[in-house]
Write a protein that binds this ligand. Structure first.
Ligand SMILES: C[S@@+](CC[C@H](N)C(=O)[O-])C[C@H]1O[C@@H](n2cnc3c(N)ncnc32)[C@H](O)[C@@H]1O
Length: 435
């Protein structure tokens, strides 16, 4: 960023307005030639204290930011933000659009700090979910018995919506406290279970605090991959639980990474990838529109509504997708050009995992294993079932899985490079399979 470009002050302000500001923030606001903020924040400032030109954020905000700030270049600009500007706030948008080096952020206690202070909760022990511009389904992954969850509401109807959602998904005994106008003179707490929630509307400015209670009979979902198959709506096209757990282990998601889940089926691989960390992203590519719609429903129900679903056959449907960190192929392996397209799309260090139950696709994977190395395994899962008055094993179709990390530039360009070493270390796997 150009050092000559002026710095923008970002000042956090609470429901207590001017009275709650430290002198350092007051001084910045008094001296500002331009005050930018939401109408609610701007109204908290008395023109007698702050005489700068007032500008309300336009909508949509993000594309307007660079032009708006450029138009006032050289003047003292103060941006007003609610609470801590760095917590689900304007500071992120500003840092991403004009650069963090142009910002000086002056935080106020955030709404969640106030909520924890009122409830006696430890901030580091609670999960926070924002429902601002996000569907209610975002809550699902945070619900575990005994957990404390803070929810940032979208508007006056959010508490009633959350209560209805909790009732519908088997969490009706969850205690909901709505903490309104935290830190201000009109602070108030509403308190009831989701099952009995009486308030259709609340103050728009609020935080919800949930003490999660699962209803008897609600399916238990753990935090690790390998959710029960019953957690999914499916038509049989589902990577089953134990193979799914092994597949996620091979994919090894890390925070912030992007997965392509090709042949998404019911969406389970992309969904469990995203459930490992809230910053993980996934794109499911599914040729059947009916299944694509089902993937969306499963993603909503399992707490990852941000999963992107692309409807269409791969490889054509892959055009224009952002570069993945990992690719999973659960369907379409024999589609011409699919494996090559996935391999080519991966950057060096990217991972590819492919599962199949057919001999035709297995031949393809064996060929790639010879060329690129990696690990070729077969997963055979048997479950005990009644046999007359006794118990016997019923074996599911064995799944062949090839997983590989794309190597250095030499490997990526098709020469064996580091692959030889990979083949040697994985040799025992082949032997086991032959045994
Ligand atoms: C075995 S299922 C995958 C199961 C999935 N991993 C899950 O757990 O739900 C295979 C899926 O791949 C889809 N498929 C097959 N060929 C495809 C292609 N070329 N492009 C996109 N999807 C494809 C099928 O419609 C089917 O839904």
């Amino acid at each position: 960023m150009n050092a000559a470009i002026s710095v923008v002050s970002v000042v956090g302000i609470g429901a207590d307005g001017w009275d709650g500001l430290p002198e350092s923030s007051r001084r910045l606001l008094r001296d500002a030639e331009v005050l930018i903020g939401g109408p609610r924040q701007l109204d908290l400032l008395d023109p007698a204290d702050c005489g700068g030109e007032r500008i309300a954020w336009p909508s949509p905000l993000r594309p307007a930011v660079p032009g708006l700030l450029a138009a006032h270049e050289g003047r003292a600009i103060a941006v007003l933000a609610s609470g801590d500007p760095s917590f689900y706030g304007i500071a992120r948008t500003l840092a991403e659009t004009i650069g963090a080096d142009r910002l000086r952020v002056h935080p106020h206690p955030s709404s969640v700090s106030y909520a924890c202070a009122r409830l006696g909760w430890a901030l580091e022990a609670v999960e926070t979910v924002s429902l601002v511009a996000r569907p209610l389904g975002a809550l699902a992954a945070a619900l575990h018995p005994g957990r404390r969850v803070l929810v940032l509401g979208e508007g006056p109807g959010t508490p009633a919506d959350v209560a209805a959602y909790l009732r519908a998904t088997g969490w009706g005994d969850t205690r909901i406290r709505v903490l309104e106008q935290l830190g201000g003179p009109r602070e108030r707490v509403l308190d009831a279970t989701a099952a009995d929630w009486p308030h259709e509307r609340t103050d728009a400015l609020h935080v919800l605090a949930l003490d999660c209670v699962r209803d008897p009979g609600t399916l238990r979902l753990g935090a690790t991959p390998g959710l029960p198959d019953e957690a999914y709506e499916h038509d049989g096209q589902l990577t089953k639980r134990y193979v799914r757990a092994a597949t996620l282990a091979a994919l090894a998601p890390a925070p912030g990474e992007l997965l392509w889940d090709i042949g998404g089926g019911s969406g389970s691989i992309g969904i469990e990838w995203m459930r490992t960390h809230r910053s993980c992203r996934a794109v499911a590519v599914e040729k059947s529109p009916e299944r694509a719609a089902r993937i969306t429903r499963n993603a909503d129900a399992l707490g990852v509504p941000a999963l992107r679903v692309v409807t269409g056959p791969a490889p054509a449907a892959l055009a224009g997708l952002p570069t993945p960190d990992a690719v999973f192929i659960g369907g379409g392996l024999t589609a011409p050009g699919l494996l090559d397209a996935c391999w080519d799309a991966l950057p060096a260090g990217g991972r590819l995992v492919a599962n199949t139950v057919t001999l035709e696709s297995e031949a393809l994977l064996a060929d790639r294993y010879r060329r690129h190395g990696g690990e070729l395994i077969r997963l055979a899962v048997s479950a005990a079932v009644p046999v007359g008055g006794f118990t016997g094993w019923r074996q599911a179709m064995p799944v062949t899985q090839w997983s590989v990390t794309k190597g250095s530039v030499t490997e990526a360009s098709g020469t064996r490079g580091s692959v030889t070493e990979a083949s040697v270390t994985r040799g025992s796997v082949t032997k086991e399979e032959e045994a």
